[in-house]
Write a protein that binds this ligand. Structure first.
Ligand code: AMP
Length: 454
């Protein structure tokens, strides 16, 4: 997205400055690529949150939240200048104070910034952090692509050993399995920056020799970021790729051993993987191991869209001004995970809240009493329901049944005068009069929270 200078807010149709919208004005909708997550889908998001929290606890990761707005140069330097994310997809603007800021398109660069900024290098290493939140890319919206999307991820900073790469793959595997998916991970190694540079040269030489088969876009990529040619899903590129040099043949000895060890650990942990020599990922900071998660879907387009990915980024801390620190991590795209969960569980409904007691009232004064009594039940930790806006007893009793209330407290005009309330057993249909001041106490007794003699 080009940097916006000064953007005048669009006026909704039929509105004048300072005037109320005219009746019949166009309703305002979400902007392109943005969407609401409605209550019906919240159980899936809730489940994901629980699984992330449980994994973080089990593997000893601590939560970190970084701001949604960062200095744009963090991503230009961190993610890479000639990546799609920075070139085309960054939501960025100039603040009135003249700062060039951007909405975060991913979290690794921010986490590394936080690691350096807060001196986490001085803590016992490795530092294990996890996060979950919204990210922003000014992408062309399509199946599985939004401008605001959610990622959850785990990062390990301060450890170079291959076992960390494998453990991160194992954790992401366990998250997806725990959610009921049947995922497969594609893995590759990009080696050190030096071996990658050598490979890049070989790749450029190869594609130059095939120039007549390249599109204009391919040629641009060849100049700017030749590795991205391997990402191409286009037909003509598949044949070319099959003949192209493969990065494994260009890996230095250390990267090769590292990669072999990652694969051995995965075998040992029985994580199913596929070697993919063309997997390069769209971000510049990766070194050595890279991986991406996929899972089958009825929707062809979705099946090809990765559920998440990650890898090692040993050079990023130094690139962002810190001391050299090896690190690795992954992020799962939660919107895409949710779409799979919806495939698996299509009949999710919003749950009606279950309550133990329901407060019904007749008349204005009784409603005031019930409003206050509600607070007493709530503070006592007893799930309580109400339909204060309803006036009829029939409507309120229907609501009590809908919420599964075993007990109802009914306050009418007479009860207000007497300082009492009717306590009704909703199943038996029997009722008794209780002192309104003791209503919470009586319900507690009925629920067995305290003994009947108390
Ligand atoms: P990346 O690090 O760019 O590969 O992103 C990790 C994961 O986030 C991807 O595999 C997707 O699942 C998800 N993701 C990335 N961009 C978007 C987007 N625009 N909309 C929805 N999900 C996305």
């Amino acid at each position: 997205m080009p940097t916006s200078k000064k953007v005048e807010p669009k006026k909704a149709a039929g509105t004048e400055e300072g005037a109320a919208p005219k009746k019949g004005a166009q309703p305002i909708q979400t902007t392109r690529g943005m969407r609401d997550i409605l209550p019906i889908d919240q159980p899936h998001w809730q489940r994901i949150a629980e699984v992330f929290q449980a994994m973080a606890r089990d593997y000893g990761f601590e939560r970190i939240d970084t701001p949604m707005v960062e200095d744009a140069s963090l991503f230009v330097r961190g993610v890479g200048k000639v990546t799609d994310i920075v070139e085309k997809e960054l939501f960025q603007w100039e603040t009135p104070g003249g700062e060039h800021v951007a909405l975060r398109p991913e979290n690794t660069a921010s986490i590394v910034r936080a690691y350096v900024q807060h001196g986490m290098l001085n803590q016992p290493q490795p530092v294990r952090l996890w996060y979950k939140g919204p990210f922003f890319r000014y992408d062309r919206p399509q199946a599985g692509r939004f401008r605001q999307f959610f990622q959850g991820g785990f990062e390990v900073l301060g450890e170079a050993d291959a076992v960390i790469d494998a453990q991160l793959i194992l954790i992401s595997y366990n998250i997806l399995r725990e959610l009921g998916l049947d995922p497969i991970v594609k893995v590759n190694s990009l080696g050190t920056p030096e071996s990658r540079a050598n490979y890049k040269n070989a790749l450029v030489a190869f594609f130059r020799s095939k120039k007549n088969k390249l599109t204009e876009d391919d040629k641009k990529r060849l100049l700017k970021n030749p590795l991205r040619l391997l990402d191409s899903k286009e037909e003509h590129m598949q044949e070319l790729k099959a003949e192209a040099p493969q990065i494994v043949d260009w890996l230095d000895e250390e990267s090769k051993t590292h990669f072999m060890r990652v694969l051995e650990y995965l075998d040992e942990a029985q994580v199913p993987y596929q070697l993919d020599p063309y997997l390069v990922r769209g971000l510049d900071y990766y070194t050595k191991t890279v991986f991406e998660w996929f899972a089958a879907s009825d929707d062809q387009e979705l099946a090809q869209a990765a559920l998440g990915g990650g890898g090692r980024y040993d050079g990023l801390t130094e690139l962002l001004g810190g001391r050299p620190t090896p690190a690795a991590g992954f992020a799962l795209g939660l919107d895409r995970v949710v779409s799979r969960l919806k495939d698996l569980h299509p009949n999710t409904t919003t749950q009606v809240r279950k309550v133990d007691v329901f407060l019904a009232q007749l008349g204005e004064v009784a409603r005031k009493k019930a409003l206050v009594l509600f607070e007493e039940f709530r503070k006592a930790g007893i799930p309580v329901g109400e339909a204060f806006a309803k006036a009829s007893m029939k409507g309120q009793m229907e609501a009590a049944n809908k919420h599964g209330a075993k007990w109802a407290i009914i306050i009418g005009q007479k009860e207000v005068m007497d300082g009492t309330a009717i306590l009704r057993d909703m199943d038996a249909g029997t009722q008794e009069i209780v002192d309104i001041k003791k209503a919470v106490h009586e319900v507690k007794k009925k629920l067995g929270h305290i003994s009947p003699q108390a």
